[in-house]
Design a protein around this ligand. Structure first.
Ligand code: HEM
Length: 476
């Protein structure tokens, strides 16, 4: 292990006896050593790993995937619950498998033009549901946004990537099983004890809660598989219907039928698409409700831009949405202060290496990154790094896009990672969140419930927990 400060092991399992959010944990144990040394040693997944936050070292890490190879839980802890959930897939695979999956799925993930009609429809539905909940709110404590946002994110993912109409939005909680399972999965996975000591997952017969966890992962796997297989069969029989848009699920289905991937690879890539294409947008929108609900000045400035555009373009296409400067700046700034994927330790050194020409890394060492650390570092983003200030992105969309690209390449802005393995759903995710804001701010204003105290998630993903907002409908 390189000569770096060690974060005490107990910090990795703090969640067992403390309700500290990851922001508090970061301030107390990580910020000082990380900002001083650019990397620390953390106990994660049953071993000491190197966690990096220095931008030039991150750039080296992200550029050289042949040296620092992706090695997710399927390599590191193959017996663990998390590994049975995600398996070997387009995000965590390396080499030939990654090339195979990317060759099959990329066209479905990165369309040049995404159809905005369905995004507008789903966003309007979410806003209507929230308004209805606010009207029914007798105690005037406002609306708990997360569960409705999750349903919206899942329905959007289903329609745009899997060709599935999941129809969870507008239904009571627990009505659509595959949606309800996501809340159980999230609560099951992010248990610090099992993350830190995954060897405990070797004993499901001893620990009934782990036995249940494996059963839940299997239920999700089987429900999704059945839904996709029936959809593919229906499509193959419906010769009279116009051929629908090519989606990731169709592409994976064809590759499976042709024997290019086996059943497990088919299932694993379906599951990761389901998870990654809803979870991150969900958490970003939760953060958005909090941030714009406490900065109503920014909310109003954004509303002015949106209402002026909506008068001319009530049903905007991708081009109009992407031409709005303040909307672009707000979303980029949200991703800076609330990167949903705040930390990942899923790379392994394939040979002895020297990170950034300075930090010796032995072969077999696990290496990870922390986006919140980079984004909130005053040496990187200035003294106001922790302030929400969309203006820092510039004035014109072109200026913002250039800054976005520049900071990504430099390793100073990494909500979607950077270089070789950066997010393939980035374009879609940005559009999805911008369209939701366009619809939402055109219909309501909101404030965070004054009794709500900001509490961030303990780990894994970064977002406020249990945020309530009080909505007011705008006059027509
Ligand atoms: C706000 C939304 C999103 C955020 C913040 C986000 C973030 C990320 C991050 C940080 C990575 C790198 C993971 C790693 O290093 O292991 C990643 C990879 C990836 N993301 Fe996203 N993502 C988002 C939405 C999406 C969507 C909607 C899709 C569509 C299915 C998607 C598909 C992917 C894929 C396929 C990869 C793997 C790329 C590769 O390794 O070649 N993401 N994403």
């Amino acid at each position: 292990m390189p000569n770096l400060p060690k974060i005490p092991i107990y910090v990795s399992i703090l969640g067992l006896w403390s309700s500290m959010g990851q922001d508090e944990i970061y301030e107390r144990w990580f910020r000082t050593p990380l900002e001083k040394h650019g990397a620390v040693l953390v106990w994660f997944g049953g071993r000491w790993s190197v966690l990096v936050s220095r931008p030039d070292w991150l750039t080296d890490l992200f550029r050289n995937e042949d040296v620092y190879a992706k090695a997710g839980s399927q390599v590191k802890i193959p017996h663990a619950v998390i590994a049975t959930l995600v398996g070997d897939n387009i995000i965590n695979s390396h080499g030939a498998n990654w090339r195979l999956y990317t060759g099959i799925m990329k066209a479905g993930l990165q369309k040049k033009v995404f159809e905005t009609g369905s995004l507008l429809r789903q966003s309007r539905k979410l806003v209507d549901v929230l308004i209805q909940l606010q009207r029914e709110d007798k105690g005037e404590r406002g609306v708990l946004v997360n569960s409705e946002v999750q349903k919206w994110a899942i329905d959007v993912m289903g329609e745009n990537f899997l060709d599935l109409e999941l129809k969870s939005l507008g239904q009571p909680d627990n009505h659509v099983r595959i949606e309800a399972l996501q809340s159980i999965i999230k609560a099951t996975l992010f248990k610090p004890m099992y993350f830190s000591f995954p060897d405990l997952d070797h004993f499901p017969w001893l620990l009934p809660s782990r036995k249940r966890a494996y059963a839940i992962m299997k239920e999700f796997d089987d429900i999704l598989y059945d839904k996709i297989m029936s959809m593919l069969e229906r499509r193959s029989k419906a010769t009279d219907q116009p051929k629908s848009e090519e989606m990731v699920s169709h592409m994976l289905g064809e590759a499976y039928k042709a024997g290019r991937i086996n059943e497990k690879q088919f299932r694993d890539n379906m599951k990761i698409t389901f998870l990654t294409a809803h979870e991150n947008a969900q958490q970003l929108v939760n953060s958005m409700f909090w941030q714009l609900g406490v900065r109503v000045d920014i909310q109003q400035r954004l509303r002015d831009e949106i209402l002026a555009t909506a008068r001319v373009h009530p049903d905007p296409g991708q081009e109009v949405i992407n031409s709005l400067p303040y909307l672009t700046a707000v979303v980029l700034e949200l991703l800076r202060l609330f990167p949903p994927v705040s930390q990942l330790i899923n790379r392994v050194a394939m040979r002895p290496a020297v990170l950034g020409g300075q930090l010796p890394i032995a072969k077999g060492t696990f290496v990870g990154w922390n986006a919140w650390a980079v984004h909130s570092n005053p040496q990187v983003w200035g003294e106001d790094a922790r302030e929400f200030r969309p203006e820092r992105w510039g004035e014109s969309v072109e200026e913002m896009q250039a800054k976005f690209r520049r900071e990504t390449v430099r390793g100073t802005y990494i909500p979607f990672n950077a270089h070789k393995r950066k997010c393939l759903g980035q374009g879609f995710a940005l559009l999805q969140v911008k369209i939701l804001l366009f619809v939402l701010l055109g219909k309501v204003s909101w404030v965070v419930d004054p009794e709500y105290r900001l509490k961030m998630t303990p780990g894994g993903i970064l977002a406020p927990l249990g945020c309530r907002v009080i909505l007011t409908e705008l006059e027509a």
